[in-house]
Structures are given as C-alpha cells and as structure tokens.
Design a protein around this ligand. Sequence first.
Ligand code: HEM
Length: 484
Amino acid sequence: MPESTFERLPEAYRDLNEPPPVAVAPPDTWLKDWSAILKLRKNLLVLWPKRAYEGKTFTAQLFKQHYFICNSPDSVRRVFLDEHDNYDQKSPQMRHSLEPLLGDGLFVSDGAVWKERRAYCAPAFESELLPDFAAIMVDSARELADHWESLPAGSSIDMLNEMARLTSRIIGRTIFGDDTSEAEAATVVDNFSQYQKAIEQLNFSDSFGLPHLKWLGNPMAKWQSLRAAQKIHTVIDQIIERHPQRAKPESPTLLSYLLGEHTSKKTSGKRCPLSSVDARNEAIVMFMAGHETTANSLAWVWYLLDRYPRVAEKLQEELTQMLGDRSPRFEDVPQLPYTRAIFEETLRLYPPVPVLSRQARASDEIRGKAVPPNSIILVIPWLLHRHNLYWEKPNHFIPERFMPGQPRPDKFVYIPFSVGPRVCLGLRFGLTEGILCLATLAQRFRAKLKVGHEVEIECRLTLRPQDGLPMQLEPTASSVTPPQ
Ligand code: HEM
C-alpha cells in the first residue's frame, strides 16, 4: 500500500472481493495529438493516463495557454485557500460561457464583486431556513414516490430524468415558492438544457489562449445560448415582479431573502440590499448550481444500490430501524449515518462537478514549478477522489469509509463541494437534499437497471450517466402501507 495521507479502510473491507463500479479506462500515456483535443471536448476524463492517478502536479501548454494541474492536498490548499486572492478568478472559458446567463452573479464573479455578493447571499443558506427547505425536499420526494406508485407494475423509467425533475422541482420551490406555473418551470428547465448544450460548443479559442481565433466558435451556438438566456430572464423577471403578492408570503423563499424581505441573525438584522436584476442573477445562479449536481449524484446512487445489494440491504435496515413507516424529517438527518455515507461515497466516485478551474492573476510557484500569470489551474475532483496515494481501494464503492468513527478524508483531497472561501454555498442544502430524497424514495422503492444496458460515464460540465439510466421500479416490502 503506497503512502497515504489518512487512515485505511475499516478492517472488514480491506480484502473485499467485489468488482468496482463503472469507471473510465485510462490510456497508458498522455494523448498528444489533435485527436486528444477532440476527445477531450467530448469527455474530459479520457485524457488522464494511469500516471495522473499517482502524480501530484502536472503542466501542459496548448499554444499560448499554460495549464497547471494541482493533484495533491498541499497544491489544492495553496490555490483554494492560502493564495485564494491570486486564484479567485474562474477560467476564461467558464466566465465567457456563463456571463450571458448569470451576468456578474456569484458563480462567475471575482474580486470585490464576488466578496460582496457572497456576503449578501450566504445568510440565505443559514441553518435557520434549512428546516423549511427540508420539508419541501421530503414533500417533493413523496410526490414522486406517489407518482411511481400510480405507474403500472414493473414500469420502466429513466432514473436520471426522474431525479432531474425531482431536484429542479425542489430548487424551484425553494427559490420561488409554490406560485410558479408548470409552463414557467418547464421553460426555465428546458432553456437551461439548451443553454448548456450550446455553450459546450463554444470557447475553442479560450482553451488555446488565442482570443483572435474567436471566429472558430460556432455562431449558431452563440445565438442559441443568448436566446435561451433571454427566455430564462423573461420568466424569472415575471416571477420576481409578482413575488410580493405570492400566496404564502409567510413562508420564506430564497428569492424573498434576496429581495430583502427577511432579516437574519448573521447580518445583525440587516436586509439583503440586492437590486431586482442582481437578485434575478443570483436566483439563476442558485437554480443552475443547485439542481443538476444533486440530480446526477442521486442517479448514481440508484445505479450503485442496484449493483451492490449488500449496501442496499444495509440501507433498508437503517431506514426501517430509524424511521419505521414514517417519512423522514430534517431532525432525522443525523440519525441516518449510513444513508449519508452512501451519498458521500457516491460523491467521491462520481463527483458531479468533476473539474474545477481558475486563472492565476500573478505568477506563483507550486511544488517547485513555475505558474506564469494567466495560467489556467485545474483541480480535478475525479482524479483526487481516485488517487492511489490518498485512498485505499480507490475505485471501489465502500460507504463504510464515511461512517462515524472512521477518520474523515483530507479536506483538500475529498472536494465534491470544492473547499476554501469559494466552497459550494449550497453544501448543507445539497447534502440534506441527497439524504432526505434517498431516504424517502428508498423506503418505498428499489430500482433495477434495464437488462443489457451498459452504463457509461459522460463528463462535460457535469458528470452523469451517458444516455440516461433506464431502470425498472420495484416496491420494497415497507411500501405496502405508504409512509406518512
Ligand atoms: C450534490 C450537490 C452539489 C454539489 C456536488 C455542488 C458542488 C459545487 C462545487 C464543486 C462548487 C464550486 C465550483 C467552482 O469553484 O468552480 C459549487 C459552487 C456553488 N454551489 Fe454547489 N453543489 C451542490 C449543490 C448546490 C446547491 C443545492 C446549491 C444551491 C441551492 C448550490 C449553490 C452553489 C453556489 C451558489 C456556488 C458558487 C459559490 C461561489 O462561487 O462563491 N450548490 N458547488
């Protein structure tokens, strides 16, 4: 066993003789020609050879653009924490892709604007609002389970799609309340997918540091992205305009917080001072950041539970013992350690945001290697989470490594939510959502992968099962009486 920064697996799992779940076969060496770039645009994971799962830093030069890859806890710490002010800018690809949709919203801004926005938005994610949001999570998951129950026995579903519908419903209700029409919700969700598809075809020139090659970009894709952004803005502006007259003004929403309707302990009673355009941009940031990530991870959980019945059984035992016939509540989350461990181990194996990128403002040196100004820094959760130096059995699904009593992984190696001042603002929200949705649905259903379907990994902006996840639903024993 090579040098490791943290403790080994629990004794009983060291010799576990199970095949690991689906991964990406690494090439023997770095891909060097143009085909590498084309492959990379389709799937960001095919580039990394076996060496990348053992090395600590790498550098690369694509025409004028210098790349620096941090693949060790100390280098991640330097970029995300110690020298944060030098590395707080997102890569030009990320900024140019998202600015038409998000304006100067939190996700793409940097410097003083980002600091101010982060301070304004953070109190909306404080613990005092989370119990209300948790109730939305459980209600939405129960509605989905009721819908599954109404389907004919043995029905097939696309689990990725189902989880995407569930999490966009949850984040939509959390941000906007219950007053959004089905048509508005569908316009926002559809145009988000359109936008994402369109921007994936842009930004060739940014990747090479050759801004004068902008014409290489696809004008049709540019137009499609602008049109999709415009449609999303129109719907959200309408929702903002009528938000003060919504049906249940006493229930807080993220938007009501951003529009300054509530005060919070953390801001010593001060109201959020965002203008309605800024509040709209931040609401879009939260919608964008807060639904596909959770949907993809929940879809991977279903795949893993089907593949590893021993884990599915232990999950059922915990749910039966802790909840019996009733639905989970916010207060139950700490009593569901195995459910949480499954979710955390899934985030390790299939991090929904598989690549994090920054641009260096000034020159630096990391592990003795020069970082010229404007270098693009890549931190790749996919590599760090499967790194041979930092994990025992890195490719195996062993939720037990996240159980209480086990040492926590190094926080600069296990980074599904990133780390440092720009850590995911929805970390507690996302974890709570994953645990409560999994508990609510798994109490009533198991899902079996369609016979003959080969699961493959698609890695673009997010990591998800390619071509969806066709599964067949089966009620669990306890679903005979639907939990209340
Ligand atoms: C499993 C679920 C989630 C995962 C794995 C996840 C992961 C991440 C990651 C890795 C980042 C950093 C991106 C970067 O630095 O380039 C991020 C940022 C962010 N996330 Fe999440 N996220 C999740 C859920 C959510 C939810 C539910 C929300 C909101 C309700 C949210 C809101 C945000 C925001 C606002 C940022 C930008 C923070 C900033 O730049 O200051 N996320 N997330």
